[in-house]
Design a protein around this ligand. Structure first.
Ligand SMILES: [Mg+2]
Length: 418
C-alpha cells in the first residue's frame, strides 16, 4: 500500500527565534535567552532557548513571570522580519529536495518526498541531509518527523526535541499514539480534551476503540475528525500551492467627519470586522493575524497587528482583537479620519490542522455567525447586522474601500455603509 509509505516529513525548528539570536551573537550561546516583544514591557515570551526552558520558562508566558523564574536570562527584543528571512532560506533548502513544500508557520514546514527517491533517497535519507544542511548553512537545529501522512509526521517531530528524528509508521500508531493522553493529540485543544475526559475518555487509544457513531453523537461531525486523529488517519495533502491563497483580506473606512468618539470608532471597527469575517468565510479561509490601521486627522498613520494562537473566521474574534488594538494604540483625544481592519496569515479552512481549531471556538458564536451568513446569502449584505451597529436616530455615512492584496481575487470594491 503506497499510502502507508513514509512520504511526509514535518520539520520543526528548535527554539527558532532564540536559536537565531544565539547563532547571530556568540555571546548568547549556551545561555538562557528569551526573545520577546518588549523586554521591559508587559508582553509575553515569544521563544525561550532550551537553557531558559530548564528554568520553566516557555512561550506565551508573561515576561515578568519569565524574569522571576530566570532572572539571569538575557532578554532580546524580537526581530520578526529577520526571522522571516531565515524562514525563507530554510524553505529554499527544503525545495532543493522536493517541490512539494508547505510552509506551516514561520518555523515549521511539511514536505512530500514521494517520487524523489531516485534523486535524493528515501524520506529518512532526505531528512538526514536536510538536518545537516540546515546546521551547516544556518547553524540551526531542527526536529523532524517522518510518517505516511501530515498528522503523524507532525506528531512525530514533537516526540524527540530538540534535534530529533522520529519515524511513525502506520503500524506504530497503536504503540506510539494510543498511550497518549487525549490532550496530546494534535489538534485536540483544551475544550475538546475536557469534554472527552468528562466522558471518561482519557487516552487516544480509548477514542480509537470507541465506535465513531458515539463520538459523532457527542461532537457532531468533529467526532469523526477526533476519531481519525486518534487512529492516525489523515488524507490531507501537502499543499505547496499554499501561496495561491490571498495574502490578506481587508476593509477600511474614511470617516465623513474626523472623530474621537469611542462609540463611533467601535461601531466602525465592528462593521469592518464583520465584512472581513464574511469574506473569509465566503472564500473558506481562516486567519491568524488581525491588523488595525488608524489614520489621525493630521494624516499620521499607524498599523498594529495581533496574532492569535488559533485560526479563526469569526467576526467576533476579529472585532475583539481590533478593539484591543484600538485601545492600546489610540492616543486620545486625537481625532481619527480613517480606520481599517485587515486579516493576514490566511489558510485554507479545509486543512485538517485548522478544523479542530474552529471546533474549539465558542459553538454559540459559530452558530450565530452561520445563521447571519445564511440570512445575508438570501437577502443581501445589509439584511442583518448586530444590534450594537445600529443606534436609533443616528446616521453615519462613510466612504469605504476594500482591497485584496491576494492573487486569487481581483480588486475588490466595497463601500462601507452603516
Ligand atoms: Mg519550533
Amino acid at each position: 500500500m503506497s499510502k502507508d509509505k513514509l512520504t511526509v516529513i514535518h520539520i520543526d525548528m528548535d527554539a527558532f527565534f532564540a536559536a537565531i539570536e544565539q547563532q547571530a551573537n556568540p555571546e548568547l550561546r549556551d545561555k538562557p535567552v528569551i526573545v520577546c516583544g518588549d523586554p521591559d514591557g508587559r508582553g509575553v515570551v515569544a521563544t525561550a532557548s532550551y537553557e531558559a526552558r530548564a528554568f520553566g520558562v516557555h512561550s506565551a508566558m508573561p515576561v515578568r513571570e519569565a524574569k522571576r523564574r530566570c532572572p539571569q536570562a538575557i532578554f532580546v527584543r524580537g526581530r520578526h522580519s529577520y526571522y522571516s528571512k531565515i524562514s525563507n532560506l530554510l524553505l529554499e533548502v527544503y525545495r532543493k529536495y522536493t517541490p512539494e513544500v508547505e510552509p506551516f508557520s514561520i518555523d515549521e514546514a511539511f514536505l512530500d518526498v514521494k517520487g524523489c527517491e531516485r534523486l535524493h533517497g528515501g524520506a529518512c535519507e532526505i531528512a538526514g541531509k536536510i538536518k545537516v544542511e540546515v546546521r551547516e548553512a544556518l547553524g540551526l537545529t531542527c526536529s523532524v518527523g517522518i510518517a505516511p501522512n501530515k498528522l503523524l509526521a507532525k506528531m512525530a517531530s514533537d516526540m524527540n526535541k530538540p534535534d530529533g528524528l522520529t519515524i511513525i509508521r502506520a503500524e506504530d500508531v497503536e504503540s506510539t499514539i494510543w498511550p497518549l493522553p487525549v490532550r496530546k493529540l494534535y489538534g485536540v485543544g483544551k475544550k475538546t480534551s475536557q469534554a472527552l475526559e468528562s466522558l471518561g475518555i482519557k487516552t487516544a487509544g480509548a477514542i480509537a476503540r470507541m465506535p465513531v457513531e458515539l463520538l459523532i453523537a457527542k461532537f457532531g461531525e468533529s467526532g469523526r475528525l477526533i476519531h481519525n486523529l486518534a487512529c492516525g488517519i489523515d488524507n490531507s495533502r501537502v499543499d505547496s500551492g499554499i501561496w495561491d491563497i490571498p495574502k490578506s483580506i481587508g476593509h477600511e473606512t474614511t470617516l465623513t467627519e474626523d472623530s474621537s468618539d469611542e462609540d463611533v470608532m467601535l461601531r466602525h471597527i465592528l462593521s469592518l470586522s464583520q465584512q472581513v469575517g464574511r469574506r473569509l468565510r465566503q472564500q473558506e479561509l481562516v486567519a491568524r493575524t488581525v491588523t488595525l490601521k488608524l489614520r489621525y486627522s493630521d494624516f499620521t498613520t499607524l498599523t498594529r497587528a495581533n496574532t492569535f494562537s488559533f485560526f479563526t473566521c469569526l467576526d467576533q474574534d476579529i472585532y475583539e482583537a481590533s478593539k484591543k488594538l484600538l485601545f492600546s494604540n489610540w492616543i486620545r483625544p486625537r481625532k481619527i479620519r480613517l480606520v481599517g481592519v485587515t486579516v493576514t496569515s490566511l489558510s485554507s479552512k479545509d486543512d485538517f490542522t485548522r478544523q479542530l481549531a474552529l471546533f474549539e471556538q465558542d459553538e454559540k458564536r459559530r452558530h450565530v455567525t452561520a445563521a447571519m451568513d445564511r440570512v445575508r446569502d438570501r437577502f443581501g449584505e445589509n439584511a442583518i447586522t448586530r444590534a450594537s451597529l445600529i443606534k436609533p436616530g443616528e446616521k453615519i455615512k462613510t466612504k469605504g474601500t476594500a482591497h485584496d492584496k491576494g492573487r486569487r481575487e481581483g480588486h475588490g470594491k466595497g463601500s462601507v455603509g452603516i
